[in-house]
Design a protein around this ligand. Sequence first.
Ligand code: NAD
Length: 482
Amino acid sequence: METLANFINGEFIAPQENSYLDNIEPATGAVYGQVPNSGEADLDLAISAAESALPLWRNMPAEQRADILYKLALLIEENLEPLAQAESQDNGKPLSLARMVDIPRAASNFKFFAQASSQFASQSHAMPGDAINYTLRQPIGIVGCISPWNLPLYLFTWKIAPALAAGNCVIAKPSEVTPKTAAMLGELCIQAGLPKGVLAILHGEGGNIGSLICNHPKVKAISFTGGSVTGAAIATQLAPTFKKLSLELGGKNPALVFADCDFDKTVDELVRASFANQGQICLCASRIYIERSIYEKFKAAFIAKVSMVSPSDPLDETSRMGAIVSQAQYNKVLSYIELAKEEGATVLTGGHSVDVEGRCQQGYFIAPTVVEGLPIEARCNQEEIFGPLVTLEAFDDDEQALALANGTNYGLASTLWTENINRAHRIAEQINTGIVWVNCWLHRDLRTPFGGMKASGLGREGGEEAMRFFTEPKNVCIKYND
Ligand code: NAD
């Protein structure tokens, strides 16, 4: 059984109070490791190491910082296989997905922001004949990065990379549910030559060490990805401190399928968009609205494809759907399936847990589930379930489709499926989500703004938005002599 340690001042250190949490493998339901349950003393060590490291790191030439981050990216690539194995075991996601998506993307995050650090420029505003303004964009100092369990290393590095690239020292906390690859990242930081103290990786419970990081007076900004309820609690706590806060929260993402879509492609892509990572991606489609004239045809084709997907041991090379991340999440998804039935839904496929033979007998597996017949007001259409459950509903025209799409408190991502370019532009303009994909899903360019509206968050990540978040703009106005 492996016992993880915190990564502080370039070293692996046991939690000061010697307190640990169990790490459970979702595919087996068995405890397979121990995770530090960090507290105040661990944070104090990390903060003092960051304070010592900050002058060196913030004043290091951008090119040198970029070299270190680029080296880290290459080390992630070199270690793709052990990282993918660890991610699959820790999270329950198919090994193939971790290999193809999670780990390569973690490397891309560091490559992308390594380049960004050397190309990030600031503005100047001339007042002709009078004065010149220029904007300094300076590192904030020590910042906190807190990430969830669904895309563990992918999202952890998505925050850490721009924070470091901008010259900050980082206190980072991965989810206590999936700590393994974050711990492995510490080892790679040593190999990449990241100066001691620049990055601390503290493990433990959100309500404990997560909250301590957010509230520490020397942590000047928080970048958080997680649930909307947690985001609201953090925002409430931090409001009086005026800390910079970026919140990437939950979603209840609509897909609008029009009769003029490329039918086969739409069905294939929406199966992926609904059930990739067991439906545990904040961007997954969870409400599929279909133009009435093709509703029955779409439903039949969609159900036929979905019924062919069955969860299996995620470490099996052929697995395309793995385990739900934890017992708590498993119970939550099953309770929503029951709620859907109580709310009057018809279960079209799935709707139950799945027994996987062999080593996975006690694992958390749920069949991909599709239901129909729920009104927009139903809780299953309003609340984020974050699992393999999608609802289908018909619409009659563009206006109704738009009203349904915009009919929740969330606003993260949407997908539009149509070959009519005018409709695509018109609806994209009117839909209230931070990301709109037309005839595709999860097609990412790391330069684009990423984030949500309404209860899906505050601020944007990605590209310049992230570099801006992790720097403090300061305007300098120089008045010419008369
Ligand atoms: P969560 O909110 O329970 O936890 C997220 C992280 O915050 C974890 O590291 C947790 O330990 C920590 N945390 C919990 N309480 C805290 C507190 N009071 N103070 C500080 N930190 C605290 O979320 P989760 O269950 O890990 O992740 C699932 C959620 O994340 C879903 O709602 C999903 O939509 C969302 N998510 C959003 C995005 C996005 O980019 N918008 C991406 C992935 C996941």
